[in-house]
Design a protein around this ligand. Sequence first.
Ligand SMILES: NC(=O)c1ccc[n+]([C@@H]2O[C@H](COP(=O)([O-])OP(=O)(O)OC[C@H]3O[C@@H](n4cnc5c(N)ncnc54)[C@H](O)[C@@H]3O)[C@@H](O)[C@H]2O)c1
Length: 332
Amino acid sequence: MTLRIGLLGCGRIGQVHAASIAATKGATLTALADALPEAAATLARATGAEARDTAAILAAPDIDAVVVATPTDSHFDQIRQAAENGKAIFCEKPVDMSVDNIRRLVDIVARAGVPFMTGFNRRFDPSFATLRARLRDGAIGAVELAIITSRDPAPPPISYIERSGGLFRDMMIHDFDMARFLMGEEFTRLSAVGSALVDPAIGAAGDVDTAAVTLTTASGRICQISNSRRAAYGYDQRIEVHGQTGMLRAENQLETSVEIANAAGFTRDPAQHFFLERYEAAYRAEMHAFAHAVTTGTPADPGIGDGLRAQILADAATRSRETGQPVDLPPE
Ligand SMILES: NC(=O)c1ccc[n+]([C@@H]2O[C@H](COP(=O)([O-])OP(=O)(O)OC[C@H]3O[C@@H](n4cnc5c(N)ncnc54)[C@H](O)[C@@H]3O)[C@@H](O)[C@H]2O)c1
């Protein structure tokens, strides 16, 4: 069976997904839509898919699955309609800015019985996926401590910050999912701090650009997350997990692997610039995993419950940063 996909949103990440679908055996990009007709027309020309409007794709009998790559505030209605029309759904993170809305969608998707995958692409990064597989194979025994470092090369425009929901929901959401992915046990307590050190305008907009979060599980395992909206040396994406019998670490991917050594020391390239370069392989692999799950009838993973749990952690971190108090997390 060839999975016939309709893509909603032809912006930055929509274009990545279109390329990933083209590279996925057993899937085809049948149609795409964008609120800006020119954006849809341009991507339609590049891919050979048909440009339609969003409502037509959501109702189309020749579409089996939709990829939701529109701005977050459009996700709710598109997911609801797709589910009601029996389509499999791949949705970009965050599923919605509101935990209550995601809970509603969990029910809607369950009632409809359609496959749903949340776009936590970092789970599919070859290095992070390998690190996690070795962890699960017992390479370092029981996990005791995880350290996740995630820093963007430069902050986005203030207009983006103002609509982003804040650093914890917009940026750290990926790290909350990674923390859960690595730990294998839900977190019960969280504590967050944050400052606006990179750009005072981010602080004036009510957000932070520098943040650290500590999470603990019921059995006492600890995870630390460090985020910044700036890194002079490129997109900084590293993971370290410490366990009973050793340590697993995934380092940055650099622009090239060339190193120069001279009397001043050893010099290597900056890290790959940003997410489109750094996670290209991960975006391909996640779309392959989605198509495979839908066509074989196996559960799509990460699912909508993972989107919900990450959003609960992001809300709790926002509250902890604002109040200066740790937050106890509800069992889900
Ligand atoms: N997983 C990741 O690494 C990652 C990276 C970037 C963005 N995202 C997520 O992807 C989503 C889109 O982000 P983006 O950066 O691609 O945004 P974008 O602004 O570049 O693209 C969004 C596109 O959707 C179109 N659009 C708006 N409303 C629409 C509607 N109702 N129907 C159809 N098209 C509509 C816009 O015209 C635009 O072309 C967001 O939820 C964002 O959080 C995820």
